[in-house]
Design a binder for this molecule. Structure first.
Ligand code: 9PG
Length: 661
């Protein structure tokens, strides 16, 4: 394993394929190449390099092309594989690559996702340990200008011509797939798609699973690039059996962002009483579930032992929650075990180890004690899978928690030595998740968190798609090591909620993290709270509150109801491919109403003006139509022709203009 550079072996003739759009403006050149990279560089210099066979199928239709491939080991000895490159070739999109912006999907829930111009650079955390918990331990972001390696899918967009191509894997379970664009300054742009086989061993005569990449093109959409990206995401979700149910996003309350690890049973009961007065799906809070987050367990890993701040025990508390008409939710981190846990002490053979036999580090979390390393359970070990099934079943069926928030899931995909050396990191994660699902049952609602996204599609119901919100605009960690893109920060949560909105109800239900609306015990000002509420509500993912509810003043309770009035539409991040920090969010409702959100995620004020012509909504402001008001303030909005002007947008703020049908 490791990241050494290995020469490539090319086998057979490169397949020739291209997609041509209207007028041939989007093209993957005819020079695309197959490559296989074995993990042993010596094999490449060896004239008797291993005989590896390809099988491939190719399919195309108007505006799309699809390529599937697998590799067969034709040797009589095992061969280790690093990566399989499905294709690598020149890329043409639109008229001028210098205008391109490229979608950069992060590896796991908390990894930053945004669009990168060809003169910009990607950003990653500086150390391997930090990357292990937030981005990807095995693949640091490329450092070069205009070089983007996006997880599972990407889109390359010329925002001026409106030409776009989206490229993404529809097979997400067996290996992490990457789509890589190299276009420094727009020069000699190339596109490749490859899967990480993690140095796993392919026995003689056997084949890898099939891997499929779909390419979709788009010309002139109202939000350039988002339609093609959505199409690729939906195809993957369909192929993976995504669990999005009837599309209903449960709304709830979560203990974490007020009480953190100090939560007690009494705290949960106090909030439950406030929610009970409002009722399930009540007019003020609209909550359907109550989530006990981190803090109930005796130790990380010993999930079935409750600490003494929950004297009724977790089953008793679940009963009280359900008796009030709410679903009970509980947090746990299935693949972590504290070095001080009973599970780690009793089952040293369940831990993932490094090559020297030492248990690998899953995390050092200040909230759990910086001197207590977290270990990682080996989800390729049959006894671990039995254990996970048992814990999930006990929590769900015996205790009565209908909702399980599964956290720090990245641990199961950290590089390491596992019981089954043939499992890729993605397969290891998926086996762990499937064990939890098997124990919890098909009816349980599973919410993934801190999770590499692809292998969870089809197993979880919902997924956190961004960093933790913080009771402040950003955090020291987010600004420094997170380089203003990754790690705990309300700003990062907002950004990912916008950029990953295309995944909602395609791969899972999006959980943008919690909406904090309090005016005490927070450094978020009212503009920032309204911005958070606007983005979370208009993107229409899960809406989860996390305040001490009895202390919320009337105005902040009203803010929750005002946010809920913005849910239920189909969102479009209009300028996703125009700038790194989007400014225009539109939500179209079934009855014809359109909400237009003007956002300012930057640190400077800017004018809040939008031309409805570009949204195809000019007719909504025809002379004689009713006067427009801003949703949050009720203030009148200035309309000049088709220009809608909400005045200066302060830093970290949002304004919403509602256009009735
Ligand atoms: C509970 C929390 C909440 C939250 C999750 C997750 O690196 N860290 O130390 C670190 C700590 C907490 C954290 C993420 C990273 O937050 O996202 O919603 O459930 O765990 O501990």
């Amino acid at each position: 394993m490791g990241r050494r550079r290995v020469p490539t072996v090319r086998i057979g003739d490169p397949p020739r394929w291209r997609i041509e759009g209207d007028g041939g403006r989007v093209a993957l050149g005819p020079m695309a190449r197959w490559q296989i990279v074995p993990s042993d560089p010596a094999q490449c210099e060896d004239p008797d390099a291993p005989a590896l066979g390809f099988e491939a199928t190719f399919d195309e239709g108007p505006g799309w092309a699809q390529l599937s491939a697998r590799v067969r080991n034709d040797e009589d000895r095992p061969v280790a594989l690093e990566r399989l490159v499905l294709f690598d070739g020149p890329l043409r999109v639109g008229e001028d690559p210098r205008r391109w912006r490229i979608y950069r999907n992060g590896y796991q829930s908390w990894s930053g996702t945004w669009t990168i111009g060809v003169d910009e650079r990607d950003r990653d955390l500086p150390t391997a340990v930090a990357r292990g918990a937030v981005t990807d331990a095995r693949h640091p972001a490329p450092r070069g200008k205009g070089h983007v390696r996006s997880d599972a899918l990407t889109a390359v967009v010329d925002p001026v011509s409106g030409d776009a191509v989206a490229v993404g894997f529809t097979t997400l379970a067996d290996a992490f797939g990457f789509v890589e664009v190299v276009a420094p300054g727009g020069e000699d742009p190339r596109l490749s798609a490859w899967v990480d086989l993690d140095g796993t061993v392919l026995p003689p005569g056997e084949s890898t699973p099939w891997f499929t990449v779909l390419v979709a093109e788009e010309h002139g959409g109202s939000a350039p690039g988002t339609r093609a990206l959505r199409r690729v995401a939906e195809a993957a979700g369909a192929a993976m059996g995504a669990r999005t149910g009837d599309g209903h996003h449960p709304a709830g309350w979560c203990s974490w962002y007020f009480y953190f690890t100090k939560v007690t049973e009494a705290d949960v009961r106090e909030n439950l009483a406030v929610l009970a007065a409002d009722g399930r799906d009540g007019p003020t809070f609209g909550c359907e579930y109550v989530m006990v987050d981190d803090g109930h367990q005796a130790a990380i890993g010993d999930w079935l032992t409750t600490n003494d701040t929950f004297p009724s025990g977790m089953a008793g508390l679940a009963r009280s929650i359900t008796d009030e008409g709410f679903d009970a939710g509980i947090w746990w981190a299935p693949f972590l075990a504290s070095s001080r846990s009973q599970v780690a002490a009793e089952h040293p053979d369940w831990l993932v180890r490094d090559r020297r036999g030492r248990p690998i580090l899953g995390l050092l979390n200040p909230g759990w004690g910086l001197t207590t390393p977290m270990r990682v359970l080996d989800t390729t070990h049959p006894e671990v899978l039995d254990h996970l099934r048992h814990v999930a079943a006990t929590i769900g069926h015996e205790w009565g928690y209908a909702i399980q928030k599964l956290d720090f899931l990245y641990a199961a995909a950290l590089p390491g030595v596992r019981h089954d050396p043939d499992a890729t990191r993605a397969q290891s994660l998926r086996r762990g998740l499937e064990a939890v699902r098997a124990g919890a049952g098909d009816d349980a609602f599973l919410l993934g968190c801190g999770c590499p996204l692809g292998p969870a599609v089809g197993v979880v119901d919902a997924m956190r798609i961004g960093a933790d919100v913080t009771p402040s605009w950003t955090s020291l960690v987010g600004r420094t090591v997170g380089r203003n893109r990754h790690g705990l920060s309300t700003f990062h949560a907002l950004l990912n909620t916008l950029t990953r909105s295309v995944l909602d109800s395609a791969w899972f239900l999006n959980d943008p993290d919690c909406l904090m609306v309090r005016d005490a015990d927070t450094r978020l000002d009212e503009d920032e709270v309204r911005l958070l509420a606007t983005v979370f509500a208009m993107t229409d993912g899960m809406l989860v509150l996390s305040d001490r509810l009895d202390r919320l003043p009337a105005a902040r309770r009203a803010l929750v109801a005002n946010a809920r009035a913005l849910t239920g539409g189909t969102p479009e991040v209009v300028d996703l491919f125009e700038r790194a920090l989007p400014e225009l969010l539109v939500s179209r409702h079934a009855d014809g109403r359109v909400d237009v959100g003007l956002l300012n995620l930057t640190d400077r004020p800017r004018p809040g003006v939008v031309d409805l012509t570009r949204l195809g909504l000019a007719d909504r402001v025809a002379p004689g139509t009713t006067a427009l008001t801003e949703h949050w303030s009720g203030r009148p909005v200035d309309v000049r022709g088709t220009l809608v002007d909400v005045g200066v947008l302060p830093r970290h703020s949002a304004r919403v203009v509602r256009l009735e049908a």
